[in-house]
Design a protein around this ligand. Structure first.
Ligand code: NCD
Length: 326
């Protein structure tokens, strides 16, 4: 595995190896000194051409916990606003000595281009490209679910959890703006590959062309979807206003009424169904405060686990090792 560009081409073995390394990384994050010396002297460059809070901070924390040096680049305030091209920006960064690139870009496919154009020859990690994919988000979601559902080692032994089966056969509902969501795309492929049963719940206007070929069950009505299955988790998606250039639903109130995870819908779910959201949340819109703050919301676990999962990804890509020697 040279790069992490998407989950559609990530093998089940590589995915499980990342989740298993992340489990070990969690132990590092629980120590008083949260550091491993494994990437000492290596430089990770975070290239963010699009806004981000948690993903950028999470990659930075991950690289630092592995003792790497971190260079942070954000397009705002850089020479990109003076018209510098992507190629010149990358070659400048390469000349400064990068050992890995973490890239977020509004253009779907940009990380693939960086990995294959020959402008720079280091591992590339996709930190979200347009509406395409966000593989580390899906990995941290799978990690969070695997822990919450009790399947600690998907590769072998299954520990006792509330359901005790881990991801295998778990029904996961992903609800909302699937059309613009790289999180949904990455999760569909990864969760299906890890044995989960994925359900997409969205208005037809917010589903992408070709969704019929995805390994999912489709629902066009939230209440019908929530009553028809016993979900292990319901993952709400942010409505991505910044990517909407036309009208996809009548208005915000109507969306919240039909598609929001309200307190009443939360109350109607089985008690052991977990609630997830990749953040940032639009409270009162796609998710109510009652759901976001409920004890079964895994939203902060997702953020916390993001650091361990990104440590595992950087470790795999930069050391080539499939398990830690720690
Ligand atoms: C997501 C993203 O940027 O794709 N956020 C994140 O990385 N946690 C989801 C979103 O913006 O809605």
């Amino acid at each position: 595995m040279k790069h992490l560009l998407d989950t559609i081409s990530l093998t089940r073995d590589d995915a499980i190896s990342i989740l298993d390394i992340a489990e070990e990384m969690t132990q590092v994050s629980e120590r008083e000194v949260k550091k491993l010396p494994v990437l000492r002297g290596r430089t990770v460059v975070n290239l963010f051409f699009e806004d981000s809070t948690r993903t950028r901070l999470s990659f930075e924390a991950a690289a630092k916990r592995l003792s790497a040096d971190v260079l942070n680049f954000s397009a705002k305030g850089s020479s990109v606003s003076k018209g510098e091209s992507l190629q010149d920006t990358i070659q400048t960064i390469s000349a400064m000595g990068a050992d890995a690139l973490v890239v977020r870009h509004a253009g779907s496919g940009t990380p693939h281009r960086l990995a294959h154009t020959g402008w720079i020859d280091v591992p590339v990690v996709n930190a979200g490209d347009g509406t395409h994919e966000h593989p580390t988000q899906a990995l941290l979601d799978a990690f969070t679910l695997r822990r919450a559902l009790g399947g600690f080692a998907a590769s072998g032994a299954v520990k006792d959890g509330p359901r005790g089966r881990g991801l295998d056969g778990a029904k996961i509902a992903i609800v909302g703006d699937v059309l613009h969501s790289r999180v949904a795309r990455s999760n569909v492929h990864l969760l299906a590959n890890l044995g989960a049963e994925v359900h997409l719940v969205a208005p037809p206007t917010l589903l992408p062309w070709g969704v019929e070929t995805w390994p999912v069950t489709l629902h066009y009505d939230l209440d019908e979807a929530l009553h028809s299955e016993d979900y292990a988790a319901v993952m709400m998606l942010r409505v991505q206003h910044e990517r909407m250039h036309e009208s996809f639903f009548p208005n915000e109130r109507e969306y919240a009424r039909l598609w929001g995870l309200s307190a009443a819908r939360l109350a109607g779910l089985p008690k052991e169904t977990f609630i997830m959201h990749p953040g940032p949340m639009n409270r009162g819109f796609e998710i109510s405060a009652a759901a976001a703050d409920s004890p079964r919301a895994l939203i902060l676990d997702q953020v916390e686990n993001g650091v361990s999962v990104r440590m595992a990804v950087l470790y795999r890509l930069l050391t080539g090792q499939e398990e830690t020697n720690d």
